[in-house]
Structure formats: C-alpha cells, structure tokens
Design a binder for this molecule. Structure first.
Ligand SMILES: *Cc1c(COP(=O)(O)O)cnc(C)c1O
Length: 443
C-alpha cells in the first residue's frame, strides 16, 4: 500500500500523530487504564518476589566483588529523596505551580553500573550464573554465595558466553557483572552508544561489536549470532522476563522507602511516577511492580524524546513493535542515548495496556536545561536520558487537566507525591559531563 495513504489513515484514527510529527511535546492518556484486560498476563508478582530473594542470596558475592556495595551489604539500591530546588526550576519552566512534593528516585547513583540497568541487567546475569552453577553441582541455594568469588568459579564460567544488544547502559551492566563472574561477554552496540562506554567495556575484556545502525538492528544481530551457539545466553532486551522481574524489584524497595519517610500513598494521597522510556523493559518493570502494590492510587507516566516516542506510538495504535517512529516520519535521533529506540517491546507494551496512565514526549532542549539546573541547584549529575522524567509533572499539570478531573484527583493534588525516576548518570566520565553542561541551548 501507498506509504502516504497508510500514514494518512493512521493520522485520521489518531490525530495526536499530527502534533507528534510537528513535532511538539505531547501528552497521551491511555484509554485502557484499569480496564482489567488481563490479556494473558505473562508474568506474576511471585516472580518479582523470587527475584528479590535471589538478589539477597547473591548479596555476599556482590559485596566481595564490588566493595562500593559494602555499606548496603551487597544490595544494589538507590536513595529516594525530595528535590526542593528542582521544584522551583520546574515551576519556572512550566509557568505553573506544582502542588504536592517532588521526590526523586536516585537510580543515577545505583552502584556498579550507575543506571537503572543495574537492576534488570545485573539480575539476569546473576540468575543465569546461579542456574549454571546449580546444574553442575557447584552451588546450592542455601550456601553462602561468596564462594562464587573464587578463581575456580571464574574458570567454570569462562566456558560460557553472554550476549546482549544495547544502546549502551544495558551493555555496561551486563558486561561489568558478566566479566566479574568470569563469563565471556559480547555486547552488540547501536550507533547511539557513546565511545566511552565501548572503551570502558573493552577495558574489562568485553567484546564490543559496533553497528552503523539503530538499536533494533543491534539486538537482532545479537540474537541471531547467539542462537547459533549453545554455550551462549542472549539477554533479550525486547522480550526478557528476567530483566523485567529484576527491574520490578525496585517497587518493593520503594514501598519500604516511602514508609520509612512517612509518605502516605492511599485514596487521599496519590502517587505520580514519571519514568524515562526506551524499549520499555526498565520503566515497564517498575510500573508493573508499583501497580501491583498501589493499584489505583498510583499514576504512572512514561517520558520519551520527541523524536523517539516508540512506546507512545505502539500503545496508542495498538501496533506495538509493528510500527516504528520512522513510519510516521520521525528520526529517532536524540542526545538521550538510552532512549533512542524506534520500536518498543511488544511484551511490555501489552502488559502496560491496563497499567500505564499515559506517555508524553519531551524535547532534547529541555533535557539539557534540566541537566544544568539539576547540577547547579541540587549538585546532582544525571545523563540526558534521565531528565525525561523531570518533564513529567510539568506536562501533566499543564496538559493533563482532563486526566486529573476524570480520575477525581483535583482536590487531592495538594497531598500528591510526584516521583521522578532518575535513570542514569554516575558512570558518565568527567569530560563528557563538561560537554553536556556547557552545551549551547537555543532560545
Ligand atoms: C535504558 C535506559 C532507560 C529506559 O529503559 P528501557 O528499558 O530501554 O525502556 C532510561 N534511562 C536510561 C539512562 C537508560 O539507560
């Protein structure tokens, strides 16, 4: 069929596409929220609890292999804290006042690999390592996993391979953890991946294969090559339930952190969560877990670059991975390298149909303004991708009045908690930070 005609039909059905291709920042509200579609739900919360337990078993190993986790005794977790100064910045940019509290989940500072991928990516590697060791009679689940930190175990794992396709951060997490156990790791990197990430991985003995193409192709190539090798485990960013369960563990931890800080989430105290979204696994896992815990009291939004709104497009049209942002004339070019994904995960998109409140898009220009404000005012450095979350409250409060009134939220906003999920930053080298901080921002 004629491409133009196809696009015109789509626009006719989903007029929001006109604004998306203008392009301008948009807020899409999910019409299927809370409809209980439960279309063959492919994951259960038991898997999340199992993941939490598995991570506890590995804690003694992690503490030994990564001394920076000593304080948390080998548990990989980040802080949850209020960001007062950023609230003023956000109000200024949006020309709005923000009722309620602005909190931040500090995954930019997660130990070991400095991004949200330290949840899912590391978890999948550990689960695979546990399975291999148990199958070969080298480990049982009631043993102290510190024993994995030995030359003998490293030698055992060196016969096995792990492969992954990545825009960068997933490769870092899998590469660092895989190499520390002794695995041979291959990372298939898309063109967006930053040079310093490739260098760092190679310095750890990880094989990096580069593609002059986008993320979907890097994943596809990785999957193909791994399929021919029985000794190779492929971490499938588009389909993996283990990744997803690892990300979802964060919800159990956030619940504890909110309780510790006496922050209520209930009928009178809504929780809004804003997550940067690439292929969808990271934010999807977090969203799934939080929805299981808080039900209708939590409202979850995904933020995407204005040129890469793959999850928005996939969910709105119901086409999921059968449509790419290129199909509507967008470029998928963004400085938010972690979010430079043109086609979403279908597995996640389907699962989000009744969980997600909506998606929004944000210009790169905002990401850099926010990056500078966060650094100057909160003394926090976060990579551009992570700032997609910061735009959430701004667009919700300026364009989301229908959502708020439909859900009877207006009179509760004074009691609201806005949780911005900061997804990455700590691994970014000083030189790259300076480049981001000094970047010219037009108008
Ligand atoms: C990967 C990544 C995301 C998004 O996670 P997806 O699973 O790709 O949706 C967000 N922020 C950063 C910094 C990332 O590296």
């Amino acid at each position: 069929m004629n491409k133009n005609k196809e696009l015109n039909n789509l626009i006719h059905k989903f007029p929001l596409i006109l604004q998306m291709i203008e392009p301008t920042n948009v807020l899409w509200i999910n019409p299927n929220l809370n409809k209980n579609l439960r279309n063959d739900v492919s994951i259960t919360f038991d898997e999340v609890i199992e993941a939490e337990e598995r991570l506890k078993r590995f804690a003694p190993f992690i503490e030994l292999a990564f001394p920076e986790t000593k304080n948390s005794k080998g548990i990989i977790e980040s802080d949850l804290k209020e960001i007062h100064e950023m609230k003023k910045f956000m109000e200024g940019v949006g020309g709005i006042t923000i009722p309620g509290k602005i909190m931040q989940k500090c995954d930019y500072a997660l130990p070991i690999s400095g991004s949200i991928k330290a949840r899912g990516g590391i978890y999948e590697v550990l689960k695979h390592a546990e399975k291999l060791a148990i199958e070969h009679g080298l480990l049982s689940i009631d043993e102290n996993y510190a024993k994995l930190f030995t030359e003998e175990m490293k030698h055992f794992y060196s016969k096995y391979k792990i492969a992954v396709g990545s825009t960068g951060n997933l490769g870092l997490s899998i590469g660092i953890m895989g190499a520390s156990l002794g695995f041979k790791v291959t990372v298939h990197m898309s063109q967006d991946a930053k040079e310093w990430k490739k260098k760092l991985l190679r310095s750890k003995g990880v094989e990096v294969i580069e593609y002059e193409n986008d993320y979907s192709l890097a994943v596809e190539e990785g999957r193909k090559q791994a399929a021919n090798d029985p000794m190779c485990h492929f971490v499938d960013d588009e389909n993996s339930k283990d990744l997803f369960a690892g990300y979802a563990v964060s919800s159990l931890r956030v619940k504890e952190q909110l309780q510790e800080q006496n922050i209520a989430v209930d009928e009178e105290h809504p929780l809004f969560v804003y997550l940067p979204c690439g292929v969808g696994g990271g934010p999807g896992g977090v969203a799934y877990g939080l929805k299981e815990i808080y039900g209708s009291h939590v409202h979850i939004f995904f933020g995407e670059p204005i040129q890469s709104p793959c999850m928005l497009l996939g969910m709105m049209t119901g086409l999921h991975d059968e449509i790419s942002v290129n199909d509507i004339g967008l470029t998928n070019i963004t400085e938010a390298d972690g979010l430079a994904v043109g086609r979403p995960s279908k597995f996640v998109g389907k699962l989000m149909e009744e969980i997600l409140s909506g998606c929004y898009t944000v210009e790169d220009k905002f990401l850099f303004k926010s990056l500078r404000a966060m650094y100057e005012q909160e003394h926090i450095f976060m990579e551009p991708s992570a700032h997609a979350g910061v735009y959430g409250p701004i667009i919700l409060l300026s364009k989301g009045s229908k959502y708020l009134s439909d859900n009877n939220l207006n009179y509760k906003m004074q009691n609201a908690t806005h949780l911005i999920w900061s997804t990455g930053g700590n691994m970014v080298p000083e030189e790259q930070r300076q480049y981001y901080l000094s970047k010219e921002i037009e108008n």
